[in-house]
Design a binder for this molecule. Sequence first.
Ligand SMILES: CC(C)(COP(=O)(O)OP(=O)(O)OC[C@H]1O[C@@H](n2cnc3c(N)ncnc32)[C@H](O)[C@@H]1OP(=O)(O)O)[C@@H](O)C(=O)NCCC(=O)NCCS
Length: 170
Amino acid sequence: MLEIRQENKEDYDEVYNVVKTAFATAKHSDGNEQDLVVDLRKSNNFIPELSLVAIQDNKIVGYILFTKIKIGEYDELALAPLGILPKYQKQGIGKTLIEKGHKIAKKLGYHYSIVLGSEKYYSKTGYIPASQYGITAPFEVPNENFMAIKLNDTDAEITGIVEYAKEFGI
Ligand SMILES: CC(C)(COP(=O)(O)OP(=O)(O)OC[C@H]1O[C@@H](n2cnc3c(N)ncnc32)[C@H](O)[C@@H]1OP(=O)(O)O)[C@@H](O)C(=O)NCCC(=O)NCCS
C-alpha cells in the first residue's frame, strides 16, 4: 500500500538516494537535484509540510518538494524536484504526491504552484502554461515548459515575474 507522509530528518539520506537514482536516467537533469534538496532544506523558503515522501514496500520510493517563491509581490510555490525510483514509475505515485502536495498547499493558504518541466506530464495534474495566467519566468524558457496551477478555482488571478529562492541559483 502506498503511504504519503511528511519527510523527517531520519529520511534525509534515503531521500538523497531516491532523488539521485530517479534523475540518473531522466531526460532533463543537471545531475544536482539531490543537492538542491539539501540546500533548499536550509532555506528560509523551505516548508517542512510540503516536503513529502512516498512509501511502498517499507521504503521511500518517491519524493516531492514545494518551496516558497515570489510571483510579483505574492508568496507562492514552486514544485521541484519530483522523483520516483525507476522501478516504481508509471504507477500513479508521482501524481499522488503532486495531488497531496496541492491539498496541503491549499490548507496552508497558497494559491499558485509553478513548475518547470514536461508539459505532457504536468498537464495531467492541472498545470497549464504559466503565461496563460500572466505569470512569467525570470529566464528564457519554452512557453509550454513553464507551467502553473491555480489551486482553487475561486482564487484571484495574480500576475508577475517569478522570483526563485536563491538556492535555485537562478
Ligand atoms: C516524471 C516522474 C516524476 C513521473 O512520476 P510517475 O509516478 O512515474 O508518474 P505517474 O505514474 O503518476 O503518471 C501520471 C500520468 O503521467 C503519465 N506520465 C508518467 N511519466 C510521464 C512522462 N515522463 N512524460 C509524460 N507522461 C508521463 C502517466 O502515463 C500517467 O498518465 P495517466 O494518468 O493518463 O495514466 C517520474 O517518472 C520520475 O521520477 N522521472 C525521473 C525524474 C524526473 O524527470 N522528474 C520530473 C522533472 S520535470
